[in-house]
Design a protein around this ligand. Sequence first.
Ligand SMILES: [Zn+2]
Length: 63
Amino acid sequence: MFKNIIAPVQAWLLSQGKCVGCGRLLSKKSGKGLVRVTCHCGRVYMYDSGGGSFRRATLDEIK
Ligand SMILES: [Zn+2]
């Protein structure tokens, strides 16, 4: 039930370029394709430099 509430909030935070854990603004790195961005709190994101959007990194990408 909580997931139904939290998921849209997290999606909104990511659309603002913010970490879903601490709300800190994620740095938009320049590069081609997907760029890995690690937040100060340790959460890892993938930044799509083409689309200009963030998403959570999958476990495979964190390794
Ligand atoms: Zn964070």
